[in-house]
Design a protein around this ligand. Structure first.
Ligand SMILES: NC(=O)CCC(=O)C(=O)O
Length: 298
């Protein structure tokens, strides 16, 4: 069966998009103000170095990652559609993100300002914002590592994309990368790429981080970009680093090492067009053969 692709907005004919991943150092304890100032410094540096449309920050970039610290530094994320003037005083990080986005004249994906009700990604420019709360919480139990985000957060129940003058983009957070459906839905809604603010760890990172990104990109013939904090070997939870971007052919087009750094890359819709023309997955997909997977027993 040939699937009707007419309803999918075309991600393949927009302008090129200049993206920056800010692999900031992990947040020191008790210094949200200092970490926000450092974030501003890095974003302005990036913008000063070249054309910049979208800047991405990591997951948990402004809080230490232990349960007690996450609770201690929890901030509200203002409801969508509210004017900045109405934002609660306690939404300090969101205020800083909005101010930096305005000052730098960019779209800023500034994840996880410590929401008690779910790791949130916010995106803002000129005071407009989109909000996404992590849908899949990072609960796992490996021989060398246990982590239970559900002790701290509740999961979000809504997926999110955002529209810009240079195309539509998907938003997800870290562990969400393991769930193929989010990127697939984003691609089918016409997204050029999906941004994943993230904080993978040094146990799963070496094996899964790049593989997952390349799979999500290749399956959907879109861009995937992740942004991690830099590594701190002394932390209880050691973040992997290696912020990365993968193009629609599955090529790693930009990547960082472990240290604090700024990564620049371009999303090129021509690559989406070429990939989809050469390997026409959108037309070949057989939805007639795929039942409602959620109803199948395992
Ligand atoms: N913060 C996270 O969601 C970490 C996800 C992770 O490390 C993984 O292996 O998955």
């Amino acid at each position: 069966m040939t699937q009707d692709t007419n309803s999918i907005p075309n991600a393949a004919n927009g302008p090129k998009v200049n993206v920056v991943l800010v692999q900031i150092r992990p947040a020191p304890a008790d210094d949200v103000i200092g970490q926000c100032a450092h974030m501003r410094e890095l974003v302005l540096k990036a913008v000063g170095e070249g054309p910049t449309d979208i800047v991405v920050l990591p997951e948990m970039w402004n809080t230490p990652t232990t349960h007690d610290q996450l609770v201690k530094y929890a901030e509200p994320i203002p409801p969508l559609g509210t004017a900045e003037a109405e934002w609660p005083e306690a939404a300090y990080t969101c205020r800083q993100l909005a101010a930096v986005a305005r000052e730098a004249n960019i779209w800023l994906v500034g994840a996880s300002p410590n929401s008690r009700t779910g790791g949130g990604t916010t995106l803002r420019r000129y005071g407009r914002h989109q909000k996404y709360r992590k849908a899949h919480l990072f609960d796992l139990c490996l021989p060398k590592m246990t982590y239970r985000e559900s002790d701290t957060f509740s999961a979000g129940n809504k997926l999110a994309t955002f529209d810009t003058p240079f195309g539509r983009f998907g938003l997800a957070i870290c562990y969400d990368l393991r769930f193929a459906e989010i990127a697939m839905l984003a691609a089918r809604q016409g997204c050029v790429g999906v941004f994943y603010p993230a904080a993978f760890n040094t146990h799963t990172g070496p094996l899964h981080w790049e593989l997952l990104q390349r799979a999500r990109a290749l399956d959907n013939q879109i861009y995937i970009a992740t942004c991690s904090c830099a590594r701190d070997e002394t932390a209880k939870y050691v973040i992997y680093g290696h912020s990365m971007a993968v193009d629609p052919m599955g090529r790693v087009v930009a990547s960082a090492e472990e240290k604090e750094t700024i990564v620049r890359l371009t999303f090129d819709p021509n690559i989406i067009a070429e990939t989809r023309a050469g390997i026409p997955l959108l037309e070949q997909r057989r939805f007639d053969l795929y039942p409602n997977i959620a109803t199948l027993p395992m």
